[in-house]
Design a protein around this ligand. Structure first.
Ligand code: MG
Ligand code: MG
Length: 633
């Protein structure tokens, strides 16, 4: 598999882009003419710089408004082409993209266009160059790859071929199965881009909202399966116009791009076992069995405060690490229950995390079928491995780096890892504690800058067998927060990614004050939230107080029975309902700079996360903490 990316997909100057692309180990780049209009050097120098990075130029583009013109525009178009050919030769590339004509002067007519391409093919052949033809979704006469292919076929010239671009085909909803009839050797390059589903002008959609395969909603795998069936084995080239990417870190975007291609081709390989798909072997997407633990880094004083909060939710300290200052808090023993680890070591990764972010949930432990295979897949997809020195008698728990530089550990039941709590921990004397009936981690909410969201969507969905739900906007009085759910079908892993656009929102404040993205709330599941709330009250838990107005509104919206409504109100429980069932939530007050716990009960297959309640929760939280959004000088 040969991978390529258009330099326009990244931010930065040409040098920065090339360094990032090479570091992500792409094979080549598409060069846009603008790249060297803005660059201080000759095309030959640009070409040399690209080759110095170990990259090849897979394509030069764009050449617009060429085919089907009347004279004198036609002759001028050929003159323009000759000048671009000069430039390509200086640059050192042999393939030019011609996109379908959008000019009102274009006359249309398949044979006329074919004749133009035949002549262009003759001229290109004299110089050993090739030309590929791409149907723009908004082309004046040609806007469908089937028509572009017919023109290429009738041009009947070895130096003229077809260029497929997933966006142009999928945005118009053209049947991808029609690609299977095209001979693979007549396809000169395949460009790939995904996009979120939006109802808007095709040109605007394409120029601003494209994203990496797997980040959007288009059926890219189906497209690519059809391409693979043609026998095409040339470069797969990302051509992503996205305003966010052009403002993001070129390094991260390049890594995302490479990950998206590897993941896509791995999917294609699994879907088309009869085809010889050339992609590095990796284990399949990983089925998550559950959240095994969440680990906090803290100092002793803050650990004590956190411990009080956990105690007020029915947790108790049950074991201590044999050699480290690490304590295991637990509740709901039968099937493992919920494990919260508090790490107050004065050295090692947790301590560094504490120094940077303050007390924070820096690590997640995820239960999978095969921990080693999980790390193997993550590494094959470019995730950063995490290893820490371990002493004799301690387990080397397979791990990778996650959001905000945090850590994701993997535990399985096929190895010694299953006995991690026994092996590394010794039980503390039993204390008479009252369980609050919390049985599992329901979901983990990670807060990040909006620009990072697509990176983590791709990260989670490519490594784990999870799906993303449509993004929803949560209104915070300080601005908009975008919320994206990633979940496994059976709910064993539920993540909510919240993207903050500014620091006046509660999410943005959290990122600013805790110096980066991380877990902002943990939701525990109860099987009877009213009973849980009653125990919490006895344990001295302080719930987030919800405005009485909320309950008036609730009554109006759902017509709840007054006895239930009264209980919800008494215990500050929020309520939601979907087609399947009901949802109940209550929150802790904030811990530190905006971290909090949530307790939920899901009844009869409710699948959501109470998004409709978020504004009420945020308003209550903002009332409860010190003023936000005060200008810092
Ligand atoms: Mg294109
Ligand atoms: Mg939540």
């Amino acid at each position: 598999m040969k991978t390529s990316i258009a330099t326009v997909s990244l931010s930065g100057d040409l040098r920065e882009k090339l360094a990032a692309i090479a570091a992500a180990s792409f094979d080549g780049v598409e060069i846009f003419e603008n790249d060297f209009l803005a660059f201080d050097g000759t095309p030959a120098e640009v070409g040399a710089m690209i080759r110095d990075h170990g990259l090849e130029i897979t394509l030069f583009q764009p050449f617009r408004d060429f085919e089907g013109l009347p004279e004198p525009q036609r002759s001028r178009a050929f003159d323009r082409a000759e000048r671009k050919f000069d430039l390509m030769q200086e640059l050192g590339t042999d393939l030019m993209l011609v996109c379908s004509n959008v000019s009102p002067a274009a006359l249309g007519g398949i044979d006329r266009a074919a004749a133009d391409f035949h002549e262009l093919g003759e001229r290109a052949a004299k110089r050993g160059l090739r030309v590929g033809y791409e149907a723009l979704a908004w082309g004046r006469h040609i806007n469908d790859h089937r028509d572009a292919w017919e023109i290429v076929r009738r041009a009947n010239h070895p130096n003229i071929g077809l260029i497929l671009d997933s966006f142009h085909t999928l945005a118009r909803g053209i049947d991808v199965e029609t690609i299977r009839a095209i001979p693979g050797d007549r396809i000169f390059i395949v460009q790939l881009a995904d996009a979120p589903r939006m109802e808007m002008d095709l040109l605007q959609w394409s120029r601003h909202y494209r994203n990496m395969p797997g980040q959007g909603d288009l059926p890219i795998t189906d497209f690519m399966r059809a391409v693979a069936a043609t026998g095409y084995n040339g470069p797969l080239s990302l051509e992503i116009f996205n305003d966010q990417f052009r403002g993001g870190s070129p390094k991260t975007i390049a890594i995302d791009g490479k990950r998206s291609l590897l993941n896509l081709m791995d999917e294609v390989r699994r879907a088309e076992p009869a085809l010889a798909i050339d992609v590095p072997a990796m284990p399949d997407r990983v089925q998550v069995e559950g959240v095994e633990f969440v680990e906090f880094a803290a100092n002793e004083e803050e650990a004590a405060e956190l411990g009080m909060l956990l105690s007020s939710m029915g947790f108790s300290p049950q074991a201590r690490h044999r050699s480290k200052d690490v304590v295991l808090w637990r509740q709901g023993g039968a099937e493992g229950g919920i494990n919260i680890v508090i790490n107050t070591e004065r050295e090692g990764f947790a301590h560094s995390s504490y120094l940077v972010h303050g007390t924070n949930a820096y690590a997640l432990g995820i239960r999978v079928e095969d921990a080693q295979a999980t790390v193997a897949r993550a590494r094959a997809l470019g995730a950063e491995p995490f290893e820490q020195k371990h002493r004799p008698g301690e387990l080397a728990i397979p791990a990778i780096r996650g959001v905000g530089g945090g850590v994701i550990y993997f535990i399985d039941s096929r190895s010694e890892l299953a006995r991690v709590w026994e092996i590394e921990f010794e039980a503390l004397p039993e204390r008479a504690t009252k369980s609050a009936g919390l049985v599992a981690v329901d979901h983990v909410a990670q807060t990040m800058n909006y620009e990072e969201m697509l990176t983590w969507v791709l990260f989670y969905t490519s490594i784990f067998r999870t799906e993303k739900l449509p993004m929803v906007d949560v209104v915070d009085p300080g601005g908009l927060v975008r919320s994206q759910v990633i979940e496994s079908e059976d709910g064993a892993l539920r993540l909510t990614l919240n993207g903050a656009e500014n620091r006046k929102t509660l999410a943005g404040h959290f990122i600013a004050e805790s110096f980066g993205s991380s877990i902002q709330h943990l939701a525990f599941r109860s099987e009877d939230i009213v009973a849980t709330a009653a125990v919490l009250r006895k344990l001295g838990f302080k719930p987030l107080e919800i405005s009485p107005n909320y309950y008036d509104d609730l009554e109006a919206r759902f017509g709840l029975e007054s006895s239930l409504l009264e209980k919800l109100k008494v215990f500050n429980i929020l309520y939601d309902r979907d087609e399947a069932g009901e949802y109940f939530q209550l929150y802790s007050t904030n811990y530190g700079e905006g971290f909090f716990f949530e307790i939920v009960e899901r009844r009869a297959g409710y699948r959501g996360y109470g998004a409709a309640n978020a504004p009420f929760r945020i308003a209550a939280q903002k009332r409860a903490i010190r003023p936000l959004g005060m200008p810092k000088r």
